[in-house]
Structures are given as C-alpha cells and as structure tokens.
Design a protein around this ligand. Structure first.
Ligand SMILES: Cc1cc2nc3c(=O)[nH]c(=O)nc-3n(C[C@H](O)[C@H](O)[C@H](O)COP(=O)(O)O)c2cc1C
Length: 395
C-alpha cells in the first residue's frame, strides 16, 4: 500500500464526498441508499455531519515540529491512527471482497477493523486477511446458542475484543430501504427481484462482480448449532432479532471473558450503566442515524458522557465523520479514538479495497495537516483548549 498507488487508482478523489459520488455511480440505487440512508426524516443523519460546524478550532501559531504523531491505543492495543473501521453489515453487497478487503486495508494502515455479525465472509477469513487487530461486533441473531458459537470462533481466530451494540431493540425505519424494496433484493424470489433489473443493468460492473461472486451467501457467522448458517434476511428482520439487554451483556461478558466495547451509548445514564456492567470501552453512537431519529449527535452527547464516566473507561465515538477535522474535534472533546462507518464504506462501494485504502489515506493526511495547522504535535495532546464549543454544551 503506497500513497502513489492510491492516487493512480483514484486520481480525482480528494475527499470522502468524492468517494460517495463514485459509489453512487457504481452500485445500484437500492444498495447505495442502504449504505447512505438513515431512519425516518433523516434528521439525525444530517445532524451527525452538520454538528461539527458548531465547534471552532483555537490554533496555536508560530510553532513547528518535524513529526506529527497520530498514534493512540484502544483497550491497550496500539493503533497507528486514532480511527478504526466501524461494523457495516452486508458489506459484501457493496463489493464482493467486502469485509475481507476492509479488514486488510485497516491492518495495512495499522488500525483496527470491527466485523459486523451481518457479514458475508467468514470471521476466520476476515481475521486472516488483516495484519492488524480485529474486533467482532455481536448481535444476538440466532439467539444465545448462535452467539456462543460465534464467540468461541472469534476467540479461536484471535479477535481482540467484542463490540456489543445496544441500540437495536428493533430496526429503525429506513424509508429509502422500504421504498426500494431492499428485502426483495436480499432475499426475494427471482420474480420479486425482477423489479431491480433496470437499476442493476445500469451498473454492469457491479452486476458482473455480484454474479461472479454467486450473490450473497447465508450469514456464515450466525450458525445455530445443528442447523447451519442463518439464511439471509432483510435488514429490519435481522435487527429485530438482534436486541441485546443488560442481562444479555452480563451473559456475553461471562462467555467471552475478554474486553467488551458497548456501542450505542447516548446519555450519561447509559454510560454509567455500561461502566458498572464492566465495559472496557464505550462507543457514543446513534448507529449513524439509522435507528431512533431525532436523538443527539454523538459529538453533542460526548461532554455529558465524558462527565458521567469520570475516566473509568475508554470513550470512543462514531457518527458523521467525513474529514480529519471531524476526528480532531471528537478527540478534543474526550474521545480516545473514533469509528468511521460510511467514510470507508463509500470507498468500498466505489472501488473495493483501493477505495477503502483511499478513504483511510484521505483521513490520515487530513489529520496530519489539521494537527500542523492547529500547532499540536500529537493526537495524545489534543484537549478542550484547542476548540471552542457552544456554552450550552457544558450545561
Ligand atoms: C450500511 C451500514 C450498516 C451498518 N451495520 C451495522 C452493524 O451491522 N452493526 C453495528 O453495530 N453498526 C452498524 N452500522 C453503524 C456503524 O457501525 C456506525 O455506527 C455508523 O456507520 C457511524 O456513522 P457514519 O456512517 O456516519 O460514520 C452500520 C452503518 C451503515 C452505514
């Protein structure tokens, strides 16, 4: 992986927005909307990105340093970058190499990849593809028996941590998916799939690679003992079968006996609860605006969570990150690192592994430039003194 090869592969891509535009041109509309869309009126989806505009930098000028450090650690694991790749279900729909490509790109960049339960590739293959740490995001699809089997496989394969997502008691209503008929695309009969013909035929490169890949398989990591992999279901049904409660979390902790990240915290109360339940880290998240609409953006929720946690666990966050400046703002407000979802998934949909590499490279160079412009030599030194936030955020 070199900088030159990225720029040759995708010469005119300078921002994540460019990758998004390329993705839109490469995959059928139903697939793009599944990736790009949010719940209900998409208020939260928009706010997740917009909120970074409320935070202004306070740069320190006339300082110079030779090197800028982007290194951090999460759960005691050293990372070369202060961002990781978030779990994105059905990544294989975006590109046949899906989760394997994303994990490899993350590893090559020295950061972690978080594999969704709703993966089209076997967790062992994903782990083997990466030279970096890989975490497993656990939903309780298929019940505790399937979860226990997945936990055991993840342990044997060498996954570093479990990420337990707590914000999916049911699926949020993603209106674009309903209108497009994502259920029929994923698991409909051949007749039901006919309606997608015009949009898939207009994306021949995607269609060819999808057909060569043999379509999406049954979920290889959701295996009910004695019954085999759970067949592909639509997204809403998958999430409805995935709810995790605090008592499930206790069971998961005892079964896994390793570090757990609780993902989907938006309030001080849930943050405290997660700490008390033994979370090694929490991710402040609203699932990228795909669950309950009109909840706070994660950046806006960070100060409340930081205050409640009192330094007793590591705080991560995800949502709306499209630029290195967004990451720096989150770190200034107390996140140890962030998770990027769509930022790299647009790259995956646009150009497979080369697209993920490009997304990572964009964010890395953004980060380096932002630190230098800010007059800060290391992400470890970032704190509130580098930003102005609206007064109401500290109330
Ligand atoms: C297409 C898509 C699928 C997702 N699938 C999962 C999933 O399977 N499990 C999970 O915990 N989060 C899932 N998420 C949420 C992401 O992990 C992350 O919280 C979110 O994408 C962050 O917002 P961002 O996309 O603006 O970076 C998904 C997000 C997207 C966009």
């Amino acid at each position: 992986m070199t900088r030159t090869s990225h720029s040759v592969a995708l010469p005119r891509v300078v921002s994540i927005a460019d990758l998004r535009a390329l993705a839109q041109r490469r995959v059928p509309r139903a697939v793009f909307d599944y990736l790009d869309g949010g719940a209900e009126g998409e208020v939260t989806l928009r706010e997740n990105c917009r909120v970074y505009e409320d935070v202004a930098f306070r740069p320190r000028h006339a300082v110079a340093f030779a090197d800028c450090s982007l290194c951090t650690s999460v759960l005691g694991i050293d990372l070369a970058l202060p961002f990781m790749l978030a779990p994105v279900g059905y990544s294989r729909l975006m590109h046949p190499t899906g989760e394997v490509a994303a994990a490899r790109a993350a590893g090559n960049a020295g950061t972690a990849y978080i594999l969704s339960t709703i993966s089209g590739h076997k967790l062992e293959d994903v782990k083997a593809a990466s030279t970096g740490p890989v975490f497993y995001q656990l939903y309780l699809m298929g019940g505790r028996a399937a979860a226990e089997a997945a936990i055991e496989r993840a342990r044997l394969a060498g996954f570093s941590a479990l990420v337990v997502t707590i914000d999916t008691p049911v699926s949020g209503i993603r209106e674009r998916d309903y209108r497009n008929g994502i259920r029929e695309l994923l698991s409909g009969s051949p007749v039901e799939k006919l309606r997608f013909l015009p949009q898939v035929l207009s994306r021949p490169a995607w269609l060819a690679s999808f057909l060569l890949d043999g379509g999406l398989p049954a979920l290889p990591n959701v295996v009910i003992p004695g019954q085999g992999p759970v067949p592909l279901v639509d997204v809403a049904a998958a999430l409805a079968a995935s709810a995790v409660t605090w008592s499930d979390l206790r069971w998961i902790r005892e079964t896994w006996r390793g570090p757990i990240v609780v993902k989907g915290v938006l309030t001080g109360e849930d943050a405290r609860r997660a700490v008390d339940e033994g979370a090694a880290a929490i991710s402040v998240s609203n699932h990228g605006g795909r669950q309950l609409d009109c909840v706070p953006s994660p950046l806006r929720a960070l100060p409340e969570v930081v205050k409640a946690v009192k330094g007793q666990t590591e705080i991560l966050m995800d949502g709306g990150i499209r630029r290195g400046t967004d990451i720096v703002k989150a770190l200034c407000l107390g996140a140890k690192a962030v998770l990027c979802g769509r930022a790299y998934a647009y790259g995956l949909a646009a150009a497979g592994e080369a697209g993920v590499n490009r997304a990572i490279e964009i964010l890395r160079t953004d980060l380096d430039r932002t630190l230098r412009l800010l007059g800060c030599a290391s992400v470890a030194e970032l704190d509130r003194s580098y930003v102005n936030v609206p007064q109401s955020w500290d109330a």
